[in-house]
Ligand binder design. Structure first.
Ligand SMILES: *Cc1c(COP(=O)(O)O)cnc(C)c1O
Length: 366
């Protein structure tokens, strides 16, 4: 492939020595689960986001699940969320026998639209789960105000938005708790699965620390049924080596995005819309066109990676058929699913590969 989705080998070359030093320390101490590196990463993540606590867990999906558990979400509770996200935004809800209540998205940003929140009258609503899709925050002022009035929890799915902010307030610092993913393709990627919850709430912090370790505060004494979801030391070590570079990598993604925006401006396609006040970190650079499938086939032929996030809105997933939603229920999300296409936007792309992407897109519309 001429332009891949990422160049993790080039990225790793810049941190190899640092990672190897930490790995040596782990082998020397044989401390594999949680340990001092995880504790340090928890502290640094909390600092980065301007909150009190970070809790290292096994994945972003678990971070969502544990956040909802700690907020007391359970059977019969209703959680308001978006139909246009990665699968685990919603599976975290259904796994607890709670019910997702979808609201359609803002066509400009593809984030949950705060406009329709006022019409929700379900009195079992216990939480709202906005997603900061592609790396820009949802309209958190409106969402948090709505939640405060109703006294419901706000759980942010910040998996794609590490380091992003809105009106100078960091992703993950708005809600009751927030979930981050360190899946290797995320802006801050581990060498395997890993995730983190951050929160300002002491009780939620205590509860998740307990829940991630089978619900035991003291080993073999279980207050409740938790899960096995602890970050391992190797993941924390890699992430500690990468974290000091995150800002520089995010800045690079913004530069690449500015270039795409300028060089594709005259074409019949939509480039990403940035909401005023948002500092978008471009986890994905997503364009829109009604000729998406043709364009994708053209890019495939040119050897350039593109991807569709996401081809099937969550209310139309087979496994959620039991929720009773049907095609036409969320027309804006359904339309987005047919039109979105992500272009490669990794920090190491370089001038030559960037030009190849631009030329290929321009070639298609010529
Ligand atoms: C990646 C992602 C997750 C899940 O994270 P994992 O670490 O892969 O479990 C959840 N929500 C969104 C929006 C994501 O992009």
């Amino acid at each position: 492939m001429k332009v891949p989705p990422l160049d993790l080998k080039a990225q790793f070359a810049t941190i190899r020595e640092d990672v190897e030093k930490r790995f040596q320390e782990i082998f020397d101490t044989q401390h594999f689960i949680l340990g001092p590196f995880t504790a340090q990463l928890e502290k640094e993540m909390a600092e980065l986001c301007g909150v009190k606590h970070g809790i290292g867990v096994a994945s972003g999906s678990d971070a969502l699940l544990l956040s909802l558990m700690a907020a007391g979400i359970g059977e019969g509770d209703v959680v308001v969320t978006t139909p246009f996200s990665f699968f685990s935004t919603v599976s975290a809800i259904t796994r607890l026998d709670a019910k997702p209540y979808f609201v359609d998205i803002d066509p400009r940003t593809c984030n949950l639209s705060s406009e329709t929140l006022g019409s929700i009258s379900d009195e079992n609503v216990k939480a709202i789960l906005p997603v900061h899709l592609y790396g820009q925050l949802a309209e958190m002022e409106d969402i948090c105000l709505w939640a405060e009035v109703r006294d419901v929890a706000v759980i942010e799915d910040a998996a794609q938005a590490i380091g992003a902010s809105r009106n100078a307030r960091m992703a993950g610092s708005w809600g009751t708790a927030a979930a981050f993913s360190f899946y290797p393709t995320k802006n801050l990627g581990a060498a395997g699965d890993a995730g983190m919850v951050i929160t300002d709430d002491d009780e939620i912090n205590d509860r998740i620390r307990c829940l991630r370790d089978h619900g035991a505060k003291e080993r073999y004494y279980h207050d409740e049924v938790g899960v096995n979801s602890r970050m391992d030391a190797f993941q924390a070590a890699v992430l500690l080596s990468k974290l000091p570079h995150l800002n520089e990598w995010n800045e690079k993604r913004k530069e690449i995005s500015d270039r795409y925006r300028a060089e594709l401006a005259d074409l019949p396609l939509e480039t990403p819309y940035e909401l005023i006040g948002n500092d978008h970190i471009y986890h994905q650079f997503v364009i829109r066109t009604e000729r998406r499938d043709e364009l994708k086939a053209h890019m495939d032929k040119e050897g350039i990676y593109t991807a569709i996030f996401y081809p099937v809105p969550l209310h139309l997933q087979k496994c959620f058929a039991f929720l009773g939603y049907k095609e036409g229920d969320f027309p804006i999300a359904e339309k987005a699913a047919k039109e979105v296409l992500a272009l490669p936007v990794f920090p190491e792309i370089g001038e030559e590969r960037l030009s190849m992407v631009v030329d290929a897109v321009r070639g298609f519309f010529k």
